[in-house]
Design a protein around this ligand. Structure first.
Ligand code: ZN
Length: 214
């Protein structure tokens, strides 16, 4: 895939993130790994609606800018820490989606109440301790708390979702938000019933096989 196509994919996904209500303004950021060694990442503080391909910054895994004139997202160290630790991850999405962020503020994991939480996310969504945004330390906590899941909550902050491609990471970010929102709605009416762990494993296995590497 050409670098231009990857930059376009970043913008397309960023606009979807906005459209799906996963973030507001210029908050949130996302990246795609290319050829193992390069990462295309959203620039810092640029409106997603007016962003053009050249605005997307290309960096190497140490954070050195390879192509682009703008400053990469302030959360770049976190994105890079994930790629360095996980060779299976090809895309990272970071949002401040409100229902999931409410769990992040409480330091409470999002339990598995929906089938897609099992298949797409792979289990409950854990929470990192609070860590100042933009630090590499946050990246380390993210990697640790992700475990085998496709999503994690950043304490008092927001959501990180990962995937084997950007579509998968964006879907995971949506499912984390849906899971948090629907759990909260259900908890108002009564006691939500959680999906058993065995069922979650089966759902996850099916999803991984069905939506394998393209
Ligand atoms: Zn953030």
């Amino acid at each position: 895939m050409l670098m231009l196509d990857i930059r376009k994919k970043i913008i397309e996904a960023a606009r979807k993130m906005l459209k799906y209500g996963l973030t507001t303004g210029t908050w949130g950021n996302l990246s795609i790994r290319h050829n193992e060694i390069l990462v295309a990442i959203t620039p810092s503080g640029v409106d997603y609606e007016t962003m053009i391909p050249e605005d997307v910054v290309i960096v190497d895994l140490t954070g050195k800018v390879i192509d682009g004139t703008l400053k990469p997202s302030s959360e770049m160290p976190m994105h890079l820490a994930i790629y360095q630790a996980r060779s299976d991850v090809q895309a990272v999405v970071h949002t401040h989606s409100p229902y999931a962020s409410a769990f992040a503020i409480l330091g409470k994991e999002i339990p598995v109440v929906l089938a897609e939480m099992g298949s797409v996310v792979g289990g409950s969504v854990l929470v990192t301790p609070y860590c100042r945004p933009g630090t590499a330390e946050l990246g380390k906590d993210v990697v640790r708390c992700l475990r085998d899941r496709a999503g994690v909550l950043l304490g008092n902050h927001g959501v990180v979702a990962i995937g084997r491609n950007i579509e998968e990471a964006l879907t995971a970010a949506q499912v984390v938000e849906d899971g948090a929102r629907i759990y909260q709605m259900a908890a108002v009416i009564g006691e939500p019933r959680l999906l058993p762990e065995e069922e979650v494993s089966v759902l996850r296995e099916q999803y991984i096989k069905h939506y394998g590497q393209k």
